[in-house]
Design a protein around this ligand. Structure first.
Ligand code: ZN
Ligand code: ZN
Ligand code: ZN
Ligand code: ZN
Length: 240
């Protein structure tokens, strides 16, 4: 899939649409977000630490999320969230790499140096300005970059460990055979730029018939950096 485009996305607080770079700036000053925070701060008993994370895919940067993570939430909570919204296909191993330490989703495989599990709270390890990596599946790997943009003290915006503040929108790409929006790609065929061939419903069916066995290589297009990888078939929706 061609991902040389810049993606836009929507702020959940005010509904405004803008570029990824604009969103990072916007969330600092969005009046509706400030209002939501002021309300959350009034409700809370005792102060919480809350982290503003920007998560993006390492390969294209086209896909991004702005999340607020509670300080008491764990890397395990973040792993579950990322799997639900973007990644889960066959329950692969995943890991965060923070400095020299690997935090694994399953019992550490051994041979990676400092290995831990994901049962560690955000407030123990995160600080503003930090950047770290996450990998899902050590075969067909999807790599993410997570940046801690900010931290605040006050009331959480939800009772859940993570709150989605903004994400990129998937702008439809055209079918390789016509002007209809593509909904599927063939992981066995590439265009002259080396990207998977894209098809609308009708041409996907035609391509699957014409090219022997290519039905088996057709996959859905999702608002996820795992599109076209392993057995990924969405739904690319947040878990809550
Ligand atoms: Zn806004
Ligand atoms: Zn898989
Ligand atoms: Zn078509
Ligand atoms: Zn094909």
């Amino acid at each position: 899939m061609s991902m040389s485009r810049n993606s836009r996305g929507t702020c959940v607080f005010c509904g405004r649409e803008m570029s990824g770079r604009g969103m990072t700036q916007h969330l600092k000053s969005c009046p509706e977000r400030q209002k939501a925070i002021a309300e959350a701060d009034q409700k809370i008993k005792g102060i919480r630490t809350l982290y503003h994370l920007r998560v993006s895919d390492a390969w294209s940067g086209y896909y991004w999320l702005h999340l607020e993570m509670q300080g008491d939430a764990t890397l395990d909570d973040l792993d579950h969230y990322l799997r639900a919204i973007w990644l889960e296909c066959c329950d692969h191993l995943s890991a965060f790499r923070i400095g020299d330490v690997f935090y694994f989703s399953y019992p550490p495989p051994g041979g990676w140096g400092q290995e831990r599990d994901m049962n560690v709270r955000a407030r123990r390890i995160l600080s503003p300005g930090m950047e770290f990596n996450y990998e899902y599946d050590f075969g067909t790997t999807t790599e993410l970059i997570i940046k801690v943009l900010d931290v605040r003290k006050g009331g959480p915006l939800s009772s859940r460990p993570l709150f989605l503040m903004a994400r990129n929108s998937l702008e439809p790409l055209p079918c390789s055979q016509c002007d209809q929006p593509a909904t599927q790609l063939c992981t066995s065929c590439v265009d002259k730029h080396g990207f998977y061939l894209l098809f609308c419903e009708q041409h996907a069916a035609e391509h699957g018939r014409k090219e022997a066995y290519h039905f088996e290589y057709m996959m859905g297009i999702w608002n996820s950096p795992r599109t076209g990888q392993c057995g990924y078939e969405g739904p690319a929706e947040p878990p809550y």
